[in-house]
Design a protein around this ligand. Sequence first.
Ligand code: CA
Length: 227
Amino acid sequence: MQYNILIVEDESDINELLVKILEEAQYKTVQAFSGTEAKLLLEKKIPDLILLDLMLPGISGEELLYDIRENKHSNVPVLVLSAKNSLGDKVSLLKDGADDYITKPFEPEEVIARVQSALRRLGKEDNCKKILTYKDLQLNPQGRIVKFDGTEIELTAHEYDILYLLIKNPEKVYSRESLYELVWHGGYYGENNTVNVHVSNLRKKLKEAGSKEDYIQTVYGIGFKLQ
Ligand code: CA
């Protein structure tokens, strides 16, 4: 299941950046650029989590937060976004019903970690996101971090998803079609070379990280598995 996150932020650069960060971590996003717009969206649908900037034109973040908590049906987690220097009174914010806060500027990893932990507290985040290992490879689904022999490897979202499937079921041979379906969520595979390209990038990155052996085996006529 994909979680829906409402981003309420009037600065479009920051709003877009949050969309990018969250979508790379497989969350769905909805954007609002003012408190008024957020309020309208909330009347239609309550998301799974809200990222809320405080300094907004029209209805302020604080007012919106008050509004959300007044509505007794809504225990949606709210993470407040705020510049460091204007976060003098975070204690009262948390009392007013914010679940957590993120100070600007932020690192992508921090945003994801706070979102995950807020969802987890609500029992919404999958609890069995254990670290997966295979030989010298380590994959941490929290934060989607992959390490080879302790060194982090930068993977694209699709490369990560492929590796995640392979390492989750190391004995299983995945056909190109099934990898394509699982990672790209459907669509016709056809003569597409996409999976091959991503697997070869993955192999390259593992080699660059110091792997002496090939972790991904090509099973002739079928697809790929770990080896
Ligand atoms: Ca603002």
